[in-house]
Design a protein around this ligand. Sequence first.
Ligand SMILES: [Zn+2]
Ligand SMILES: [Zn+2]
Length: 301
Amino acid sequence: MGCYRAPVLIGAHVRAGKGLVPALERGADIGAEVVQIFTQSPRTWKPSQYGDQVLAGYRAAQADHPSIVATFCHATYLINLATPDPELAAKSRACLGANLATARGLGASGLVLHIGSHRGSGFESALPKVTEALLGALDVCSSTSVDPDGSCPILLENAAGAGDTVGRSFDELSRVIDAAGADERLGVCLDTQHLWASGTAFGTVEEADRVVAAVDASVGLGRLKCLHLNDSKVPFGANRDRHENIGDGAIGPDALAALLGHPRLDTVPAVLEVPGGGDGPRGVDVARARDVWLQGVELRA
Ligand SMILES: [Zn+2]
Ligand SMILES: [Zn+2]
């Protein structure tokens, strides 16, 4: 008798253009068990229009869709906590606080954040600004929160390595968390396409084992709250953030399987942010992701 492994939860980023509840329903329709939603329009500063009733309506809808077990939020792309520009820094801090309030109102399990770019000013000089902004948002939010459970971590996402982005290595992510006093409200989200583009190999069982061990030795696996499961439009080490459908890109299903099938990642939801047919993940993309996990399990059987 083999050792049974509970399947990893497969999630999907869903668009909220028609509203939050239709986005949740889209996730349920394509067979996702987890959804990820933007807290507000990702490429504008315009704050979220979601009032308390809309947020409460979303929480009720999630309770009515038991096949969706968790919601993650993704923060606005314009936020840059590492910028040397004081005006952009202030805007970014305010926007992060608003994003976190919305994520908490949705009952989200985490708010995924790209830390930003230091624009040549250097990691060391950006570090105190980044930690001050993170802790500021977490503290403001905890006092005014509508979060029913009182917790929604900020999940720092690894960067593909373009420009002067902060978070391009496990070491940088871990230094940010350490500088923030190892605050329990900080976690990590790892994107497979960003790992690949930043030059981190995980395509064989041995390489995947090394990656998981490196995550554990730096940020600690306990802080890893979600994966972004994406193939890549660009080659290994290209330092560009370009997602492709699972199996259609430069990473390929075999390499993704080696990482996704790692037994210590079984409890970490894997969320698709793939283009699908142009409108985001489809049912076929969710099914492919499940196949990749099964392939990874067989690799280690
Ligand atoms: Zn992201
Ligand atoms: Zn990306």
